[in-house]
Design a protein around this ligand. Sequence first.
Ligand code: ATP
Ligand code: MG
Length: 365
Amino acid sequence: MARIKFEAVGKRYPNGYVALDNLDLDIADKEFLVLLGPSGCGKSTTLNMIAGLEDVSEGMLYFDNEAMNAVPPHKRDVSMVFQSYALYPHKTVYENIAFGLRMRKHPAVEIDYRVRDAARRLEIEALLERRPDQLSGGQRQRVALGRAMVRQPLAFLMDEPLSNLDAALRISMRAEIKQMHQAMQTTFVYVTHDQAEALTLADRIVVMRGGVVQQIGTPDAIYERPGNMFVASFLGNPPINFLEGAIATEGETVLFKRGPLEIRLPPHIAEKVAGDAGRTVVLGLRAEDIDAHGERRRRETLQGRIVSVLPVGSDQFLKVTVEGVELFFRVGKEVQHREGENLSLAVNLNRLHLFDKQSGHSLVW
Ligand SMILES: Nc1ncnc2c1ncn2[C@@H]1O[C@H](COP(=O)(O)OP(=O)(O)OP(=O)(O)O)[C@@H](O)[C@H]1O
Ligand SMILES: [Mg+2]
């Protein structure tokens, strides 16, 4: 059992820098929680506080109902994979993975079984007799994962454990970690700056920026209903398109207007901003909600010109200008496009996002 709970937790480093501000977060037992955000936003700091490697400057941290603020790291029974691997340099890969089990006096036969099983899953069986300095970064990272995998702690804490792997290995290791979570039935707190990884692994995602939580929710909620422009732009590939403009009304119709470009707002958005004529707003259009070839029912058509065509294997990204704004979106390969070509785009009105320009907050959710 490990429910991990932050109550108004803050972290101020000795030099006065506030790395985490007023975090309220209740991580359920057996949950897979992902901390997501750009470099320096406080992800490792948060994880290190759970492990007890950094003290809590303000507020309370609980495991189940027990206050942990004053409990030293070795009494917390968590298993951590560090961003910097933290392997024992003089021990072999085998002994690095076995170390935690030896400390806890597990029988040698069981240790051997668990070490070899982890090594097989992580595709490092051939490296068991090497020392860390004889490994690549990605191989070290997998040894660090193996060391966590063989234990059965209250919670797994993982700090960017896949950041040094190539694309193919990263996908297969994600699947391993997901399977590991299902098999172990334990709480996972996982740090990454990779939005795709967060969307794949998480039960819930915490999006952070500058030590402040921006949004907490399921991958679907965070992706479909971003609460502000930062969250909207941090998730999605290619990133969401933003168009600055203003709200306008014509009789009953509520419009987004940018020069001659007008987009009729769908009822669920119109009702929220009907009284805001003249307000400066930012329209958010996800790449997959713009279509150059598909059906146009309940869609708005925009006229654009292709600036560049970027093939990405399975399909192609198009960069198009519409009334001086550049939009990025993805189309299939069945139609060949050329730079300079004029194109009419269908926008899925049901999936528009709208933000207040000033605050960046969503006006829809
Ligand atoms: N010991 C320290 N003293 C002062 N400031 C620190 C200390 N450790 C980290 N910081 C600062 O706190 C902020 C958060 O750091 P943290 O390591 O938690 O970020 P992160 O989200 O893990 O980033 P990354 O993705 O680059 O690993 C950063 O601005 C960092 O410079
Ligand atoms: Mg970090």
